[in-house]
Design a protein around this ligand. Sequence first.
Ligand code: SAM
Length: 285
Amino acid sequence: MTIAAGTLFVVATPIGNLQDLTPRALQILQEVSLIAAEDTRHSARLMQHFGINTPMTACHDHNERDKGQRLVERLLAGESLALISDAGTPLISDPGYHLVRQAREAGVRVSPVPGACALIAALSAAGMPSDRFAFEGFLPAKAHGRQQRLQALQSEQRTWLVYEAPHRLLECLQDMQQVLGAERRVLLARELTKTFETLHAAPLAELVAWVAADSDQQRGECVLVVEGAPEPEPDEVSAQTLHILDLLLAELPVKRAARLAAEITGARKNQLYQIALERDGNTPR
Ligand code: SAM
């Protein structure tokens, strides 16, 4: 089967293990007329390994807007191109956004060729709730910015993930412990799909000590998967609400008193009903 004409293929490449390049990705990389790569020298190794001779052009954060226009012209003329990044899925903490946007705005067909992605790989093996999750990319490199971002994430109830550079891993985990607490569980997913792949989950206090004690854990590439915050306690009922409830209970049956108190105060009816039942015996009639 030949590939579609005039299409920008967004192609995922391996994040370590070269066997993770899919057969479809291989075919597309062989058949497009040009590969737009984040770093052509870096990707040359992948091309060499698979015997791909397709010409490559650099398309990275610094030239993407200008280069994008020229690439879109070629797409509109009917050529098919592939976009790749150094590793994993383009646009996921990687360049490609401007090119994809320009192509779509020009009416070019953009087609994903899915494959490896470090965050999805980490999440799939973390054993943390994954029906909903949040990806936060890289946290700010400087301590102040990082702590602020962590504070904003403190009460996030979904599992959330960040990418982190190895030389910042320990300080990042220490900041997490300070802001999220010693008990919050975090999974460190390091060197996924590679020889020294490590997945280790522990409460932050333990994880910080484990990483600090073993400098090998501060090497290579890593993803942190953070357990979501527990559900907040149901709102406490204020003293004023209780007073209103007591006044109403003195005059009315439990159900009506609870309903009216909920309407007046905005508190939850069911919660007030439960409280009203408990207080009813003590309320003078
Ligand atoms: N586009 C890539 C993807 O789909 O995952 C991510 C690119 S981002 C510039 C690079 C970061 O991804 C690394 O710093 C690390 O946090 C994470 N990463 C990439 N490969 C990894 C691997 N094999 N194991 C763990 N984390 C990895």
